[in-house]
Unconditional design. Structure first.
Length: 545
């Protein structure tokens, strides 16, 4: 086989973050950069992953070239067989499903998720394990460690590029390649989980109107197949459906700031009944009703409370989990259902063990991530179909479903403020100063409140006992109001400070207040406690959700 061993030297910055290695596209395109990281993955692969590996990406700029490099290096590193999404495309949840459905030992997913794409945008590489989920921390650490000592990488350089646009079998040296339709298996899975008959009656009935915004990212073809073709929603229900390498110049992050086109379309009496969007690689979701935004934390709680409506969960839930900064709304649902609720650090990888061990069925994060045991990634379209299934049975507007949930369980007024592209050392100093101040905070009064607890979140995985420290500063007051600070682990430019602010409100008369004004005093407290203005020079967050 024409395999070349290419001498290389390590890049010092290949430590995977919250979700794989994410860098500016230009960083990935410099000679040897992608190759080095891939070699570090191949060097740490379990034998089962050598037998079968799933490969695909979110279609962003450089995806096609990168897939060819992955294939050539896989062939040179003794991988026996690979499954590749046609065109090099696979949404993150679809990749997770393919790994599980075909018993693959793992997968390489090319994506920078919701970050913008293009030559000046971002690119990313993520390794998933045999359970279909993002590699656990000890694996990503092993990959990082290997990347620091690399002296060579191996690449197959014989023959032409693989034709990744034709379904069917191909070969590269000894390695068998199967190009598969990226949508079919995933759409079939959704059909098994949800009540497609009820959904057809809702979406094809002519009364209910839906707008799904694919943001020119990977879920366009998935949503067109499932929502329009299989469920009969009128053509045009899925908008921005054609995936583009630069996402049409947009920022494929489904939140109130970046999905403003959808937010606008959901305003006023003529707006559709239901609006939804997913992100660049299809694992995030945003849910909107007419003139109504469902916070991801509320969405998780509402879905948990209504889970039995959905065929897949008719038997009930084993347990639920949320990341620490996610509001505590789902905790109260779990309490009422009499099931456990786990609090994990930020990042989907922490749900993997709980899902594998059957301790939880549904989980979610405040960052527009919701999912279940059907795959080991968060899943945007799944959450949207879940909501539609609930609406198809309850026949109520989105806003009514959420408001009645609040009345029943109480509401968590919630907001997240992001300060992006901060000077890295200023941001790190801010967190370090908070850490130092932690012991002095409990008992301290602030307006009408007193600090009850102040710590740096530490998690011990109940399944394997592994410990993760320094997962975010929590300040909880005596009325259960809470402020959380952490630095993003996915940003590619400077540092991003995330501040999560919330308080529970059990009085139905006060539950319809606007979150920003209802939380204004806590927002001020968050600034004063951490010295955000003073330390960063910023007077306003860049993104408010
Ligand atoms: C962000 C979100 C986190 C999510 C991750 C990957 O990470 O906050 O919940 O799991 O993206 O989608 P962060 O940038 O905060 O580290
Ligand atoms: Zn994503």
């Amino acid at each position: 086989m024409p395999i070349t061993t290419v001498p290389t030297t390590p890049f010092p910055d290949q430590r995977p973050g919250t979700s794989g290695l994410r860098k500016k596209t230009a960083v990935f395109r410099q000679p040897r950069y992608l190759e080095n990281f891939l070699q570090a993955i191949f060097d740490t692969l379990e034998p089962s992953a050598r037998a079968l590996l799933v490969i695909g990406g979110d279609g962003r700029f450089y995806n096609r070239e990168a897939v060819q490099i992955v294939l050539r290096m896989a062939a040179a590193n003794g991988v026996e067989r690979v499954l590749v999404g046609r065109g090099g495309l696979l949404s993150t949840p679809a990749a997770s499903h393919l790994i599980r459905a075909h018993g693959a030992g793992g997968g390489i997913v090319l994506s920078a998720s919701h970050n913008p794409g293009g030559p000046n945008g971002d690119f990313g590489v993520k390794f998933n394990g045999a359970n279909g989920g993002p590699a656990a921390e000890h694996v990503t650490e092993a990959i990082f460690k290997r990347s620091r000592e690399l002296e060579r990488y191996r690449i197959f350089d014989g023959g032409a590029d693989v034709d990744i646009d034709r379904i069917g079998a191909a070969r590269l040296g000894e390695m068998q390649i199967e190009i598969v339709d990226p949508v079919t298996d995933y759409a079939d899975l959704m059909e098994r989980l949800f009540d497609f008959e009820a959904l057809r009656a809702l979406l094809g009935g002519g009364e209910f109107r839906l707008r799904y915004d694919a943001m020119h990212a990977i879920t366009g073809p998935y949503a067109a197949e499932i929502i329009e073709r299989r469920l009969g929603a009128p053509k045009g229900s899925v908008v921005n459906a054609v995936p583009l390498p630069d996402f049409g110049g947009g920022h494929p992050d489904p939140n109130l700031t970046y999905a403003h086109e959808l937010v606008e379309a959901m305003r006023g009496p003529a707006a559709p009944d239901f609006g939804a969007a997913a992100d660049g690689d299809g694992d995030r979701n945003m849910i909107l009703g007419r003139d109504f935004f469902v916070t991801p934390s509320d969405s998780l709680a509402v879905l948990a409370a209504n889970a039995r409506i959905v065929p897949a969960f008719a038997g009930g839930l084993a347990g639920v989990a949320r990341s620490m900064p996610t509001s505590r709304a789902v905790d109260r649902v779990a309490r009422r259902l009499g099931i456990p609720c786990y609090e994990t650090p930020t990042g989907w990888k922490f749900f993997g063990n709980l899902l594998d061990a059957g301790r939880i069925t549904i989980c979610g994060e405040e960052s527009f991530g919701t999912g279940s045991n059907h795959v080991r990634e968060k899943d945007g379209l799944w959450a949207i179909l879940f909501w539609l299934n609930v609406l198809a049975v309850r026949r109520q507007p989105v806003a009514d479903v959420v408001r009645s949930h609040w009345r029943d369980y109480g509401r968590d007024l919630y907001t997240r403020h992001d300060y992006e592209a901060l000077d890295g050392s200023a941001a790190r100093e801010l967190i370090a100063a908070l850490r130092t101040a932690l012991p002095s905070l409990p008992g301290r009064a602030r307006g009408t409140r007193t600090v009850r607890l102040a710590d740096d979140f530490r998690y011990v995985d109940p399944v394997d006992g592994s410990e993760s420290t320094r997962q975010g500063i929590r300040i909880v007051f005596d009325d259960e109001a809470r402020i959380v600070y952490r630095l993003s682990g996915t940003g590619t430019e400077g540092a991003t400070l995330r501040v999560y602010i919330e308080r529970p409100e059990s009085d139905p008369a006060k539950q319809n207040e606007d979150a920003q004004s209802a939380l204004a005093d806590l927002v001020r407290a968050a600034d004063e406690i951490a010295g955000i203005r003073a330390r960063t020079g910023r007077t306003h967050p860049d993104v408010v959700t």
